[in-house]
Design a protein around this ligand. Structure first.
Ligand SMILES: [Zn+2]
Ligand SMILES: [Zn+2]
Length: 199
């Protein structure tokens, strides 16, 4: 496993069920995380508060993920800033060192696991030695929860489709003569009593 800022070494967590460590991490070296309209910018700090707990099979990680995503309002295109505050819980099973495989095999009771669990449902994360790769769960916690259509405010009025100005900055009676002129033309046609097209 190559070391990335998402990889945490649980070297000081004893492999004894019940042992617990509280860990704070700041990840400030990463690619942009999100979508075109809304993302945590490259290297924007991501704060992780996590509890590592030794369980029989490995280490259970319970974490909160906090950062700030920036993007643009889906209606008025103003910049928006959205607080990211998500949680995840993930079990990292101890990896099996080949030299200890025989020992581990005795302990493991695979037969207890129901067969029907598909691999997709049962994606098991493994530690590599003492290392825990947090990137997947952090990514998922962020990306799966970002709003797809961010708004500067829930009641943003958006833009006038004719001139592109913000409705919030336009007078209430804002309208365009173009539209009025078209309606006027239609009205004039009706008054002339011309036959309608395609009748
Ligand atoms: Zn807006
Ligand atoms: Zn307008």
């Amino acid at each position: 496993m190559s070391l990335t800022p998402f990889i945490y070494s649980a070297h000081d967590l004893p492999r004894r069920a019940g042992e617990i460590r509280q860990v704070s991490l700041e990840i400030d070296e990463h690619e942009e995380l999100g979508f075109e309209v809304l993302a945590i910018a490259k290297d924007e700090p991501i704060d992780i508060e996590m509890t590592l707990q030794s369980v029989d099979e490995g280490v259970l990680v319970t974490a909160t993920v906090q950062s700030v995503a920036i993007g643009e309002c889906g209606r008025c295109l103003d910049p928006v800033e959205i607080d990211v505050d998500e949680k995840f819980m993930e079990l990292y099973e101890y990896d099996v060192d080949p030299r200890q495989a025989r020992k581990a095999d005795k302990k493991k009771k695979k037969a207890d696991k129901p067969e029907e669990l598909s691999e997709e449902d049962d994606e098991v994360r493994h530690m590599v030695g003492e290392l825990i790769d947090l990137e997947g769960p952090i990514r998922d916690a962020i990306i799966l929860n970002l709003p797809i259509n961010p708004l500067c405010s829930a009641d943003c009025l958006g833009l006038c489709p004719e001139c592109g100005a913000k409705w919030s900055e336009l007078p209430e009676d804002h309208a365009h003569d173009v539209i009025d002129a078209r309606w006027a033309a239609l009205q004039a046609l009706k008054e002339l009593n011309l036959p309608e097209n395609g009748g």
